[in-house]
Design a protein around this ligand. Structure first.
Ligand code: ADP
Ligand code: MG
Length: 651
């Protein structure tokens, strides 16, 4: 049997008829009703519309899009429906510097090929509008007539996919298709807060925006956010990332001479203090809305930047609501990667990452103090969860010696900066000798402008009176946060503060542990650990450890090291050195912090609170657990049926 025998019978090569070409092209651009809406609305936006009305029914097979854009002159209207007809692209240079959403010139021709379509358009110059009605077959020219119309364009699509049975068969249930369609309109509305959108589905208003530029209002409508939830959204005003940095690996795209090389980013993001508010934080799908030059995009670079900005602020698996609008020179972004134009490529992805991370982090840090003193109440469910997480170890009442911390609120002391401070101490027994000379006594009273220590509850919570009410602070988590930031600062400033071990006892280790301690030696040294490893004997001798809380007797520093090893072992295989550092700091902070069960004196509580409030990001522990909860005075008043309070400590 020869090859020729099994191959299909030979047919003549022929050029495909135009209507078949259009149907094939339509398959790429128009997947489902939502794609039609996306293309028509993008055209309206490109035409400068400020008001766009979308109507859909019949499971998305009937669609109307009307806009008040510049409209089309009669012959332009006809040409717009030809293959690859576009007014947006003149030459190849334009392709690398797109300022419009469309550029392929395929959409109108494609949609007309697979539906019964009527278009009406009028420019400001024309006294009447033009109506173009497409017959069933593309071999017959469209019917053209004059019609009374407002300036702008409206396109009516009926019986979508009537002549492409395969597509029709793959349509999902009407509600599903309409839901997709609604999502497309919502995303487009978010991409242009300055344009008023109206969406009517099956004769009922589904969604509308005012077009007043308020991104927050659109998000609020979309996620049904109440006033409290809206307050928890931080607005990061556009920052202009300065000129200068020219990317070395920019593709040889033509330059855009009149565009300054600036990136600007505007963001709306959920405050970590509002983790318990439904709508603002979600599990599951990431509520992230990303736009570049007004175009909704999928972007792993921005996603990584968001994750990095929120790192250590919220627990894993909870996603903050975030909307990002990046504006950058059109030559720096390539949107021409994917037919539906969602994936993008950047000339300088690192710069995009930095701009996004920097803007978000700055916004998060800026709101830290205000947010803290306006913490929203948390629902019961979370409290229960918290109680389970709380370490339930029996704890002897312990009085932690002064000072709790080398104060965070003070500048780095001269004796620390850049140098290794050795403070002799003895590890054996329970006697850790430490001079309390760095202690910064809280002078006189424990009242500060915003808060006053009332006392301690269950040896676990510090109670504060604040202007807002009664603030309950988890002493362990607050202390952990303060230590985390202090250690991070130390590592960043290459400032090692450690205490020497005079006569270290050999600590037996497995070969894996020895390998890990070798790999992470630089990171651990930056934290203040010095040790000598004896691989042959399989042990380690500790010679110095970080000076944190003096006289912590829960665990000897060799135990801290073992905890770090456990963390590293659990992490092995996926740990980047950088990630490792944060993780090590978080672990060390957790194991050296004041614990639940430690009895504290009032000055110690005041110092702890002060150290904690000096943190850049005081809402949550490095693992993302919340630190403080306020029972507001108005809640108390309501409970006790009291209309107001007498003048208190804060007037
Ligand atoms: P593209 O948007 O890629 O250029 P389309 O097939 O979507 O291709 O549209 C073809 C052309 O028709 C556009 O370039 C534009 O000039 C014109 N056009 C389409 N829709 C509108 C509209 N709503 N208002 C004004 N002009 C439009
Ligand atoms: Mg288009």
């Amino acid at each position: 049997m020869t090859l020729a025998d099994v191959s299909a019978p030979q047919k003549k090569v022929r050029v495909l008829p135009a209507d078949l070409v259009n149907k094939i092209a339509a398959g790429e651009v128009i997947e489902r009703p939502a794609s039609v809406v996306k293309e028509l609305v993008e055209n309206a936006l490109d035409a400068g519309a400020t008001r766009i009305e979308i109507t859909a029914g019949a499971g998305g097979r009937t669609i109307r899009v009307a806009d008040n854009g510049i409209g089309m002159a009669p012959d332009d209207l006809e040409r717009a429906f030809l293959n690859h007809a576009t007014s947006k692209l003149l030459d190849e240079a334009d392709l690398f510097a797109l300022r419009t959403l469309g550029f392929r010139g395929e959409a109108l021709a494609s949609i007309a090929a697979i539906s019964r379509l009527t278009a009406i358009s009028r420019t400001a110059q024309a006294s009447v509008g033009t109506r173009l009605e497409f017959p069933d077959s593309s071999s017959v020219p469209p019917l053209k007539s004059d019609v009374g119309a407002a300036v702008g364009t409206s396109i009516a699509v009926d019986e979508l996919f009537f002549n492409t049975p395969a597509r029709l068969k793959f349509l999902k249930r009407p509600q599903t298709e309409l839901a997709h369609l609604e999502e497309v309109v919502q995303t487009l509305a978010l991409s242009r807060p300055d344009v008023a959108f109206t969406l009517v589905i099956n004769g009922q208003s589904a969604f509308s925006t005012r077009g007043d530029g308020q991104l927050k209002a659109i998000l609020a409508a979309l996620y049904r956010l109440d006033a409290k939830a809206q307050d928890a959204l931080i607005f990061a005003p556009p920052i202009q990332e300065p000129l200068g940095k020219q990317s070395s690996d920019a593709p040889d795209a033509p330059d855009v001479p009149d565009t300054p090389d600036t990136y600007s980013l505007e963001a709306l993001l959920a405050s970590p203090a509002a983790q318990s508010l439904p709508g603002v934080f979600r599990a599951g799908k990431k509520p992230w809305h990303l736009f570049a030059n007004g175009r909704a995009i999928r972007c792993s670079v921005m996603q990584r930047a968001i994750e990095s900005a929120y790192q250590s602020l919220i627990p894993e698996g909870r996603y903050p609501l975030v909307a990002l609008r990046l504006t950058l020179p059109p030559g720096q972004i390539d949107v021409n990667v994917h037919p539906t134009k969602k994936e993008v490529r950047y000339a300088d992805p690192q710069r995009v990452f930095t701009v996004v991370r920097h803007t978000l982090r700055r916004a998060l840090e800026a709101v830290a103090p205000q947010m803290l003193f306006a913490l929203p109440p948390r629902p019961e469910g979370l409290l229960a969860l918290d109680a389970r997480q709380q370490e339930a170890r029996p704890m002897p009442a312990l009085t932690v010696q002064w000072p709790l911390l080398p104060s965070l609120s003070e500048p780095v002391s001269a004796s620390h900066a850049g140098a290794v401070t050795h403070q002799p101490s003895v590890l054996s027994g329970s006697a850790l000798v430490e001079e309390p000379d760095q202690g910064l006594a809280v002078a006189g009273s424990e009242t500060f402008p915003d808060w006053r220590v009332i006392g301690q509850l269950f040896n676990t919570y510090i109670l504060l009176e604040t202007r807002q009410g009664l603030m309950v602070v988890d002493q362990h988590i607050a202390s952990e946060r303060a230590l985390f930031e202090m250690l991070t600062l130390r590592v960043q400033n290459a400032e090692v503060a450690c205490q020497q071990v005079l006569s270290g006892v050999p600590l037996p280790l497995t070969p894996t542990q020895i390998a890990l301690l070798t790999t992470y030696q630089p990171t651990l040294a930056a934290l203040g650990f010095s040790y000598t490893l004896d691989a042959a004997a399989g042990h380690l001798i500790l010679s110095a450890y970080p000076s944190l809380y003096p006289d912590r007797q829960h665990e000897p520093p060799t135990q801290w090291l073992m905890q770090l090893l456990t963390t590293l072992e659990a992490q092995e295989g996926q740990a980047l050195i950088n990630l490792g550092q944060d993780l090590l700091i978080a672990t060390l902070a957790c194991h050296t912090a004041v614990r639940a069960g430690d009895a504290l004196t009032t000055p110690q509580m005041a110092q702890l609170v002060r150290d904690w409030l000096a943190c850049q990001l005081p809402w949550s522990c490095p693992h993302g657990r919340p630190i403080a909860h306020t029972i507001r005075s108005d809640e108390l008043n309501r409970f006790f049926d009291r209309s107001s309070l007498p003048v208190n400590a804060f007037g």
